[in-house]
Ligand binder design. Structure first.
Ligand code: 2PG
Ligand code: MG
Length: 428
């Protein structure tokens, strides 16, 4: 049996140039693991608490307190424990519901680094270690950001993510190749249509174009899929992350660029209309995080047609996902480990989702690093889908490249192609 011998922590930078927490864990057999945590911009208000220093350093975003909490508060509780005991000790170290005192960024850095160290001690990849068996691992279907809006692109569009899903691809490598072709074709079309001054690479590597309407973004995405040589729907389908929490104003959903205010029902009807016109198979955060009545209505209307993913709604919380399952709200859950704070907590969410027939979409944050543990988690959990941004920007490609490596080097199967271009039911 190995035990934790030493924990070190420091302040690192994320892809937005903001500070984030990194940690290194060394076990007494010499195995070690390093991990860096991500950070969201369109974060849900019920997420585990990200501790920031305030003050003037890094515009108040410093994480020196969280780093100090690792060495002063968490390390004394964790050193000497076996890796499998660590997450429970981390949970006990902060009795607040969402790690308000110690910081979920501190907790997650340790949780991840310990998992990595434990995998190293077993001489296995993190993916294989998490799977806990020797069966084939599942490479998820990628959902790739092509056009970005909302908080990730200076409000270029109201809707946050327009994504391509290469549903007809037969391998992960082919899925990435097709997605990259759609992304590059979208750039060419945007330039040809006169957006040359505005082809901005948004936080997740998608194009941040100041289009007039959300509808126009869907049209451009379809044009890009076709011009890249793929059949919309059958080969490359569409997902959107509405991220509706971001544009709820005084009880109405505000499409700023179109100067329209919508009720929950009207926004659901609008998205339903897009689903009629475009091959949209997955819709995330169609309504805001606390609009449970609206979500129930949305699930009745849209649930039978598309994958309805709860992100801000569930914030990778077993409690909130449990409420959603009980209320029959949504049919899929976005899994972001830093919303929860613990690897084991996110694993519990995956298990709960599956037990209720909800699909799982593992997701990166808009503020990421070159670290690629997320890819191993998705594969080890055998999650059916993953969303990490576009095929541009290295903090994004780090995740795709790790998945390509796992496809080349481990015993894996790919989650596609999707029969009828629709997401499939997940099995454990
Ligand atoms: C989301 C994520 C990732 P953020 O809303 O799904 O796209 O964004 O990390 O800013 O919350
Ligand atoms: Mg989201």
């Amino acid at each position: 049996m190995t035990a934790v011998e030493k924990i070190q922590a420091w302040e690192a930078l994320d892809s937005r140039g903001r500070p984030t927490v990194a940690a290194r864990v060394v076990l007494d057999d010499g195995s070690e693991g390093v991990a860096t945590v991500p950070s969201g911009a369109s974060a849900g208000s019920h997420e585990a608490h990200e501790l920031r220093d305030g003050g003037s350093r890094y515009a108040g975003r410093g994480v020196r307190t969280a780093v100090a909490n690792i060495t002063a508060v968490l390390a004394p509780r964790v050193v000497g424990l076996e890796p499998a005991e660590v997450d429970a000790a981390l949970a006990a170290a902060d009795s607040s519901a969402s790690f308000t005192t110690v910081g979920a960024n501190a907790v997650l850095a340790v949780s991840l680094a310990v998992h990595r160290a434990a995998a190293a001690a077993h001489g296995r990849s993190l993916a294989r270690y998490l799977a806990g068996d020797d069966g084939p691992l599942l490479l998820p279907m990628p959902m790739v950001n092509i056009l970005s809006g909302g908080a990730h692109a200076g409000g270029a569009l109201d809707i946050q993510d327009f994504l391509a899903i290469p549903v007809g691809a037969a391998s992960f490598a082919e899925a990435i190749e097709w997605s990259g072709a759609v992304r590059d074709t979208a750039t060419r079309i945007a330039l040809a249509r006169g957006y040359g001054q505005a082809v901005l690479v948004a936080d997740e590597g998608g194009l941040g174009l100041p289009l007039e309407t959300n509808h126009a973004a869907l049209e451009l995405l379809i044009d890009a899929i076709e011009a890249a040589g793929y059949t919309p729907g059958a080969q490359v389908a569409i997902a959107i992350d509405v991220a509706a929490t971001q544009f709820l104003r005084d009880g109405r959903y505000r499409f700023a660029r179109e100067d329209r205010d919508l009720t929950s029902e009207q926004l659901v009807a609008e998205v339903g209309d897009w689903c009629d016109r475009f091959p949209i198979v997955s819709v995330e955060d169609v309504l805001a995080e606390d609009d449970w009545d609206g979500w129930r209505y949305a699930t009745e209307v849209l649930g039978p047609r598309v994958e309805l993913v709860g992100d801000d709604l569930f914030v990778t919380s077993p409690r909130l996902l449990g409420r959603g399952i009980g209320d029959g709200v949504a049919n899929s859950v976005l899994v972001k480990v830093n919303q929860n704070g613990l690897v084991s907590g996110a694993t519990d969410v995956i298990a709960l989702a599956r037990s209720a027939g909800y699909r799982t979409v593992v997701s990166a944050r808009s503020g990421e690093t070159e670290d690629s543990w997320l890819s191993d988690l998705s594969v080890g959990w055998r999650a059916g889908q993953i969303k990490v941004g576009s095929t541009h920007r290295s903090e994004r490609t780090a995740k795709w490249n790790r998945l390509l490596e796992l496809e080349a080097c481990e015993d894996t199967v790919f989650a596609g192609p999707w029969p009828d271009g629709r997401p499939v039911k997940e099995t454990a």
